[in-house]
Design a protein around this ligand. Structure first.
Ligand SMILES: *Cc1c(COP(=O)(O)O)cnc(C)c1O
Length: 222
């Protein structure tokens, strides 16, 4: 069996076990974050029936996926990286999900292009839980008003909250805070958990795990 497929199967089993053991209400979906990897490396898991894939650059996603998706229409593409508002139109065209809605300007652009293209994108608000200067995201104390503005005034379909916990910290506390925030706002989905902390994320109610390295191995920066 191909190594990436084997990795994915092991992770799927691990998640099944934790769902049973902890009696979790939700079994999270795995997004295979395929950034930097070419389609031939991704094909084995596509052929096994895996449907959710993540990218962090609009340009890379366009060259890699747009043609391929015309023949493989069940595939769901997730934008997980920082999205510049001048790429909002392309992003709405290409992605079914955007995990990185992190400012009002971007929200307005997405809303505008959704109307123009007559297309709805499923959106996650990225929350900056560590209040880190270098990271983007809406701070917790602005989350309520940002969410309300996006969903009421801009008619955006906000399905979830997303976080990237500060590196070298215990992610668990951040997962708990994001879960609480989602309950308060009655938002269904949580995009949290990466290769190093996905089991904890599942335990704390993640509905979408974003996994790159754990499936594809180390990335070599091009
Ligand atoms: C690359 C990336 C991931 C996957 O990271 P791994 O540690 O390789 O699993 C998840 N989320 C975002 C936003 C990313 O950019």
């Amino acid at each position: 069996m191909h190594i990436t497929l084997n990795n994915l199967k092991l992770i799927n089993n691990e998640i099944k076990e934790i769902v049973t053991k902890k009696q979790l209400k939700i079994s999270p979906e795995i997004i295979a974050v395929s950034k930097t990897f070419a389609l031939d490396k991704i094909l084995p898991i596509i052929e096994s029936g895996h449907l959710h894939f993540g990218e962090n650059k609009v340009q890379e996603a366009e060259t890699k996926w747009v043609n391929f998706k015309k023949q493989n229409t069940d595939i769901k593409l997730h934008m997980v990286g920082k999205l510049q508002s001048n790429k909002a139109k392309k992003a709405v065209e290409i992605f079914e999900y955007i995990h990185s809605l992190d400012n009002l300007k971007l929200a307005k652009k997405i809303s505008y292009f959704e109307k123009e293209l007559n297309k709805k994108t499923k959106l996650f608000i990225q929350v900056n839980l560590g209040n880190e200067q270098q990271k983007s995201g809406i701070s917790l104390n602005e989350l309520d008003s940002f969410y309300n503005h996006c969903s009421r005034d801009l008619s955006l379909s906000i399905i979830g909250l997303m976080c990237l916990p500060p590196t070298n910290t215990n992610s668990e506390n951040y997962f708990k805070i994001l879960k609480e925030a989602s309950l308060k706002l009655n938002i269904q989905h949580l995009s949290m958990g990466m290769s190093s902390d996905y089991i904890q994320a599942a335990v704390h109610g993640s509905t979408f795990l974003r996994l790159g390295t754990a499936i594809f191995g180390e990335r070599h920066i091009s």
